[in-house]
Ligand binder design. Structure first.
Ligand code: ACM
Length: 545
């Protein structure tokens, strides 16, 4: 992608018209504050504003019509009416226009856009539909915050300050992770999560579909995975010994998944499925004990004891490899995206050391030790996925025993895994606990809802730099972007999920989208104040500042 625009215009002629704290927000026409997150590459404000009325048409042709409809849908609840869609540009006065122009590709890439608002028109131009979509997200933020409301807002002047914005993302992987394995997340809650992600220009949602505590996706060939493995929601049992008040588990049918994949794609978000192996496989082993190291022993246990009692690492026999490849076959049918996450983390391979059978397997495969057996197992999945045109993603433990040829590394135990992988020419996604674990506390533990531990505050997220200093310019090209992890052990409902996500995800959105040189925490905080009014209007929970 071409990166021609380096200019980030931050005018400081602001204070005159801002009512609240607005350092870093820009004064737009009609005294309206231009306060955008993530910060665009270039923003120039001008005098005057464009007024959206009942009569304002949205002009679009061809593929742009789909995006125009999304704009009309997004604005309708708060406006109290649907803007008219028209195709002819002769009626273009006092209109909002969306136009695809492939010549913009060199300057703005696939996701970039150019937005120009004058008193007479608002024009969003992009090389591809994704760019129009992101321009629309910016347009929503140029309107008063009440535009995010779910009901008609009375007495609001729907003005858009005159402005010229040119914008495109810094990174191509701008991700969040949710964890329905620990506490199942109903489909409408995933939809809302995607809706809010889209406003912040995120484009990847990793869904952690399987773990010790539950198997959350229907696999036709192995129905027991959901008949047994989805009835679990065991984390709380494991930690507290109590069972009352716990929700039963749940799972996504294949139709649910198709729906969510489509819903996400309409928002230019790719769902990255995560099917954990060879560890975090407790729910699979409960359902099919032959996957485990000690099937006889497991068989004898009642289900609710198995998840802690089982060895939480599967036995990488040829039959287990075939089983997981069968699962992946159905996964590939459901998820069209290039990247398939197979976990790979936290495998207690000590259990393979103690197993006669696994020691025999190591000898048979002519491997040296258990880390090599781990690597061998991951390679079986890498080859399988590559032969079907997909790419394996795994947590940084997949480096142990040798990295599979096509693997993308998700670096969670700090930066080291990401650095090693990028230096070896592998793509990486930065997801370190230190800055991107959103299940960690975001304030003093005494006053926050119970969390798993840690300390990842808003400012820390904002100051995160995804490109490690140790990488050369060439190696840095392997950093696809970054991702925040919202593990679900302590998060059982959507209100809490959103509270843990926002506003930290707003900070991360800016880290991943905006130019590095434009990042300024004080300015961000000023813009965030207004942005939280949008979330409030949208009834999206967040942690107050
Ligand atoms: C992880 O948090 N185990 C990836």
């Amino acid at each position: 992608m071409s990166r021609r625009i380096h200019r980030v215009v931050v005018r400081v002629t602001v204070a005159l018209v801002c009512l609240g704290p607005c350092l870093g927000a820009l004064a737009g026409g009609a005294g309206q504050t231009v306060s955008l997150v993530p910060l665009p590459v270039s923003v120039e404000t001008r005098a005057g504003s464009f007024l959206v009325t009942q009569e304002t048409p949205v002009v679009a042709r061809g593929e742009a019509i789909t995006e125009a409809t999304k704009l009309i849908d997004a604005l309708a609840p708060a406006l109290g009416h649907r803007l008219r869609l028209i195709e002819e540009s002769s009626a273009a006065r006092s209109s909002i226009q969306l136009a695809l122009e492939s010549s913009l590709r060199r300057r703005l890439g696939e996701e970039g856009y150019d937005l120009e608002a004058t008193p007479g028109t608002v024009v969003i131009r992009a090389a591809a539909p994704a760019g129009l979509f992101y321009g629309i997200q910016t347009l929503r933020q140029l309107l008063p915050p009440a535009i995010c409301g779910r009901q008609e807002a009375e007495g609001v002047q729907w003005t858009i300050p005159c402005v010229h914005i040119a914008d495109y993302p810094r990174f191509k992987w701008r991700g969040l992770l949710i964890d329905p394995a620990r506490h199942f997340i109903p489909v409408p809650d995933v939809e809302q999560y995607l809706d809010v992600m889209a406003l912040h220009k995120f484009n990847r949602l990793q869904i952690h579909l399987t773990d010790d505590q539950g198997w959350r996706i229907e696999i036709k060939k192995y129905p027991q995975l959901t008949q047994t493995g989805a009835g679990m929601d065991f984390t709380a049992i494991g930690r507290s010994g109590k069972t009352e008040g716990l929700r039963p588990g749940g799972f996504y049918t294949q139709d649910d998944i198709r729906h969510l994949v489509r819903y996400a794609a309409q928002r230019y978000i790719t769902i990255v499925p995560e099917i954990e192996m060879p560890a975090h496989t407790g729910a699979a082993i409960v359902s099919y004990p032959q996957l485990g190291l000690y099937p006889q022993k497991l068989d004898a246990l009642p289900p609710q004891q198995r998840w802690t009692a089982n060895e939480r690492v599967l036995a990488p026999r040829p039959e287990s490899v075939a089983f997981m490849q069968d699962v992946l076959t159905e996964i590939l049918d459901l998820f069209p995206g290039r990247y398939i996450h197979i976990g790979g983390d936290e495998a207690n391979i000590e259990h393979w050391k103690k197993s006669e059978e696994m020691q025999g397997l190591i000898r048979k495969l002519k491997l040296k030790d258990e880390p090599q057996l781990h690597s061998w197992f991951i390679r079986q999945m890498d080859t399988f996925l590559a032969s079907r045109g997909r790419q394996l993603v795994g947590w940084d433990e997949i480096l142990q025993g040798g990295l599979a040829p096509g693997a993308v590394v998700m670096s969670w135990r700090g930066e080291a895994g990401g650095i090693t992988a990028a230096q070896a020419g592998h793509d990486v996604v930065m997801a370190p606990t230190s800055h991107t674990y959103f299940d960690y506390y975001q304030g003093p533990p005494a006053t926050e809802p119970k969390a798993i531990g840690g300390d990842v505050r808003l400012e820390k997220v904002y100051r995160y730099e995804p490109i490690p200093a140790a990488l050369s310019t060439d190696q840095a090209r392997h950093v696809l972007g970054g991702q925040a992890q919202l593990w679900g052990e302590y998060i059982s409902n959507q209100k809490h999920r959103l509270y843990m996500t926002y506003p930290r995800a707003v900070a991360l959105a800016e880290v991943l989208w905006s130019p590095k040189d434009a990042r300024d925490y004080e300015q961000f905080m000023a813009r965030l104040g207004l942005h939280l009014e949008r979330l409030r209007a949208w009834e999206v929970n967040y942690r107050p500042l």
